[in-house]
Write a protein that binds this ligand. Structure first.
Ligand code: TEU
Length: 591
């Protein structure tokens, strides 16, 4: 049975430091800005804060390119500020989760500068260098394999000085570390200990399932026209991954530290191996089946559409798989790499934006698992305005892709518009517009009043006069207060929502409703030996923009009898259902 553990009952708030709050008026969010809002974060009722990287970095990929693992990037603040942040969180009973990026470093890291300086340098083997191949027909120099990087172009960069290629699954400024080298493993273990000794409570581990690559780094199977192909089948969950994770897990267990692995391209079996409660590896991991549901077959910017039935099947798969295998789910639908959920999966129209955010909060946070809430998601922040020009986009993934589109399709405005539609609907910039604290222009409280000599690093969303923290906190019906209620109810009925069983309803029906039943699981029972009342919950989420009649399945009828009688059961404020309950005339339908 699932063992009880505090991190299983936890909820985590993710902060993107560049966009949270700017305390010194330079247009970039910083650590002192976060410290100034710790009471706001606490008021949400979250237990931990995961902070995206603030370590030294040339900021090629917003800090996911680290050049010094033991120092803070000066625009974000100092080590003393970072210590104060940890202290401020601990003082309020919250924990601090650091973003650990160790699949790759920045090319400005001293390790890489040494490594690239000569083929005999002692750091050479800290990275993945390979000689070129030559095209059998043309004799021209070609990379060691056909892998494409995630930011457009080959995953190999040619180094003129030492006449070899180095691997970079991300930007050329993000060379992959060679984990086959025990010195690299030791260096990463040293970094982990350094921060645990500094008071960090755990780590979110960036693309951690990519650290073990298939030996030989073979060419990827063709999936699309052209030479370059996604090579994930050869770099995701490679042969030594669990050996490396057990090495990290051993250190974490010494400190009883929290961990969540980011594992794109990893399936349930590999993730279960990483998070199984007796594996000694990680506490939990993010899978990306939900995030990639509306991607095209060959990537984020190829056309795709979201369907609630796809979401229903993925949720069911992971809930039942983890619960029946003593694994654990890390629940998220929004982070700094996604677009905004109200725009992506529901509706950000003025009439439906709040109810969409509430519906999505119920749908996500009442599943079994540790729930992750991304900054601004509690406010129902929406995607950037469609009319934003490409000059407003900052994300390297989008900017590189747009440059490639202009190079390849200079005279194809239709195709260019198709890609711009994708940047708007699923691009990462959508989640990176500055947090909207109040209705005062021009920076909505993101920057200090009057400090407007510089512009914010990224434009503020134009809807800040309405959608901001001050308005949300003042309005009991806001999605902010709804998130507070949902996080509270999860814990109030933790035998149901955290440790309870999960059963998806109408799994094989194609509909806009995703409904599931959570119940106290006799196997785990309830902590105090009593059966809690209520002992089960029906969570119904409508993804339709219209009011619809939903036929309640036989096994869920009991709830309706309860609801229509004395409302003993706690019905979360999905007002569309509660307000229509009065129309419930013995028909087993909900509106
Ligand atoms: O993200 C990896 C990841 O899964 C997404 O970035 C996605 O794969 C990518 O956008 C391709 O669609 C982590 C960080 O969260 C991200 O911000 C970094 O850019 C990336 O790793 C490299 O460190």
């Amino acid at each position: 049975p699932i063992k009880r553990a505090p991190w299983r009952e936890a909820s985590v708030y993710q902060i993107y430091p560049a966009s949270f709050k700017d305390s010194n008026g330079d247009g970039l969010g910083d650590i002192q800005g976060i410290i100034s809002e710790l009471d706001y974060i606490k008021s949400l009722g979250v237990d931990m804060v995961w902070l995206s990287p603030v370590l030294r970095s040339p900021q090629v990929d917003m800090g996911y390119d680290i050049s010094d693992y033991k120092d803070i990037d000066p625009p974000y603040g100092t080590m003393a500020d970072h210590d104060a942040l940890i202290e401020g969180l601990h003082h309020r009973g919250m924990k601090y989760v650091m973003d650990l990026v160790v699949n790759h470093t920045s090319d400005q890291h001293p390790w890489f500068k040494e490594s690239r300086s000569s083929v005999t340098n002692k750091y050479r083997d800290w990275y993945i260098w390979r000689p070129s191949r030559h095209d059998p027909q043309t004799g021209e120099r070609i990379p060691p394999n056909n892998w494409e990087c995630f930011f457009s172009g080959s995953a190999w960069a040619w180094d003129e000085m030492t006449q070899e290629y180095y691997l970079h699954l991300w930007a050329t400024g993000q060379p992959d570390l060679n984990w086959e080298n025990p010195q690299v493993v030791d260096a990463v273990h040293d970094v982990i200990r350094f921060w645990l000794n500094r008071g960090v409570d755990g780590f979110r581990m960036d693309v951690i399932n990519y650290i073990s690559k298939e030996p030989g780094l073979p060419d990827a199977k063709p999936k699309k026209p052209g030479f370059l192909q996604n090579g994930a089948e050869h770099f995701s969950c490679g042969p030594r991954l669990h050996e490396y994770l057990q090495g990290i897990g051993k250190i974490l267990s010494e400190y009883n530290a929290f961990s969540v692995g980011e594992m794109p391209d990893a399936g349930p079996e590999d993730i279960l191996k990483a998070v199984g409660q007796d594996r000694g590896e990680l506490a939990m991991a993010f899978h990306f089946e939900i995030d990639s549901m509306d991607f095209g077959p060959t990537g984020r910017f190829e056309p795709g559409t979201f369907r609630p039935t796809a979401l229903k099947r993925i949720v069911n798969k992971w809930q039942t798989f983890m619960l029946s295998n003593s694994g654990w789910n890390a629940l998220f639908m929004e982070n700094h790499d996604t677009s905004r959920v109200v725009s992506r999966y529901a509706s950000d129209s003025p009439a439906l934006r709040t109810i969409s955010a509430k519906m999505l909060a119920n749908h996500l946070a009442l599943q079994s698992g540790t729930v992750f809430l991304y900054q601004g998601q509690e406010l129902a922040m929406a995607n950037v305005p469609r009319e934003w020009g490409m000059d407003k986009y900052r994300d390297i993934e989008c900017v590189n892709h747009w440059e490639m589109v202009l190079r390849n399709y200079p005279d194809d405005p239709e195709r260019q518009m198709k890609y711009r539609e994708r940047y708007w609907s699923v691009g990462r910039d959508n989640a990176r517009t500055p947090m909207q604290w109040n209705a005062r222009g021009p920076s909505a409280g993101f920057m200090p009043e009057g400090a407007h000599s510089t512009a914010p690093w990224m434009s503020i969303h134009t809807d800040y006069p309405t959608w901001n923290v001050v308005n949300a906190v003042a309005d009991q019906n806001s999605s902010f207060h709804h998130w507070r209620r949902v996080l509270k109810i999860r814990k109030q009925y933790l035998d149901i929502f955290i440790y309870g069983s999960f059963e998806m309803l109408n799994l094989d029906m194609d509909e806009d409703v995703i409904a599931y039943i959570r119940a106290v699981d006799p196997a785990t029972g309830s902590d105090n030996g009593q059966v809690t009342v209520p002992s089960q919950a029906l969570v119904v989420a409508s993804f339709s923009v219209d009011e619809i009649w939903w036929t309640v399945p036989q096994k869920a009828l009991a709830f309706l009898l309860d609801l229509s009688k004395d409302m003993k059961t706690t019905v979360l404020n999905i007002h569309a259902i509660v307000s229509k309950l009065g129309n419930y005339e013995g028909r087993n339908e909900l509106r």
